[in-house]
Design a protein around this ligand. Structure first.
Ligand code: DX5
Ligand code: ZN
Length: 215
């Protein structure tokens, strides 16, 4: 079963509690959270304070996507909040293997995200250590962009790599996912889809049930 992780970036931040309640009531058990620093990506989003506030009210899995330079500066704080998956960008980490080991040492599942132009080749020697590979199907930084079909081949390549090495990593895709293309990405072999505007623009329950039906 493909897991659906709505992206908090598309929520109404003045009514975040209501939005999360609405998602939980619809059966959502994991939230995708985009942390942006204005350096690795042009945009600035939110940080640990907001996650702590969510954690105080909600028992829900947190899938944290760090779009920040030198992400290792922040591993401890996210582990204290109790995030499930902590994903860093391959392009933003100087010592990827060391960072992955540290995330796991701190009790979180470790993910690596790849920008659209980044080849999965570099994951070859660490794939067995990973819990998640995140394929960016838009350039990171903003919600509401158009899905890049070119990334489907990358998903297939990563699926091959995982199967050949008996890695336990799951594949997640992020960017431009809607009910119209979710079947296509599921067919390419993803385990988890992130969707921001595809779910939260308009009626959430309707969008979610359309997406579930397609899957
Ligand atoms: C983009 C973020 C995404 C974003 C997805 O940099 O990583 O998680 O929230 O939004 P949509 O689904 O609208 O493309
Ligand atoms: Zn994301």
């Amino acid at each position: 079963m493909v897991r659906i992780a709505p992206s908090v970036l598309s929520c109404d931040f003045l009514n975040l509690e209501d939005d999360i309640n609405m998602m939980k009531n619809a059966g959502i058990d994991i939230l995708h959270m985009d942390i942006m620093d204005g350096l690795f990506v042009p945009n600035i989003s939110y940080g640990p304070m907001i996650l702590e506030a969510i954690r105080r009210k909600f028992d829900i899995d947190m899938d944290v996507h760090l779009m920040i330079k030198d992400p290792n500066r922040y591993f401890e704080i996210y582990s204290k909040i109790g995030v499930s998956y902590l994903t860093i960008h391959e392009e933003a980490s100087l010592h990827l293997e060391r960072d992955i080991s540290r995330i796991k040492e701190l009790g979180m599942k470790a993910g690596v995200a790849l920008n659209p132009a980044t080849s999965p080749e570099n994951l070859k020697y660490i794939i067995k250590e990973l819990d998640l590979v995140l394929v960016m199907s838009v350039n990171p930084g903003f919600g509401g962009q158009k899905f890049l079909e070119s990334q489907l081949d990358k998903v297939r390549d990563i699926r091959d790599m995982i199967d050949k090495t008996n890695s336990n990593a799951i594949i997640e895709i992020d960017g431009g996912i809607t009910a119209d293309n979710v079947k296509l990405v599921a067919g390419a072999g993803v385990d988890m889809v992130v969707s921001g505007s595809g779910l939260l623009k308009g009626n959430f329950e309707e969008n979610l049930s359309k997406m579930r039906n397609m899957l």
